[in-house]
Design a protein. Sequence first.
Length: 210
Amino acid sequence: MKIGREMQIIDCRETAGMGLGGGLAQAGTFAEAEVADVIVLSMGPTRRHITKPVCEITYGIRERNVQVSVLVLRSGIGPPPPEEFPDGFSTMGSVSSITEGEEEQMMKHKLAIIHLGDIVHHLVYKSKVFLRNVAIPAIVICQAEVDFKDFADAGVMTIEVKPKDPKTEGMIVDIVTGIIRGQTCPQYKLDEITEKVEYWLDHLPKIKKN
């Protein structure tokens, strides 16, 4: 008979933490769960890309006894490279990308959660970059009000809307909006996320493998 919560072992972290108490994971950190169920992609710890909701979300999922790894991307900050945009969009400063090693870490897992922000033009194309070579179902969590068509228009495979010219091996199976970076995630949103995670772990779609 089990009493109380189950223990989870997390292999953490690849780089030293920073901030008060060393609690804020730096870019390049991979906190690996003992069982490769879910992986959460975090963009990086800056004033615009605060990781606070990721901590709350992973804690909420672990309370449901789901094993969760967290990957803070080495280059997750900023928009994707200009060539990803069809309209010649250009940017200054950091651009977001994913390495082959990070893709390999993603592919070990059954389900991905991608934590993004509030600029629709950025987040849909960032999702395309992250899912281009990784055949994994994904839940997008963001602040912006987006739907499956927004992603499909950018070439991202989704479970409800198929793009005219698919550009990703991975597929977005669900979306949770209204998650604001740097602010406490409301309990009803945590419940929505954890319920969707549990649902998709039980109903994983068949996805073309590399």
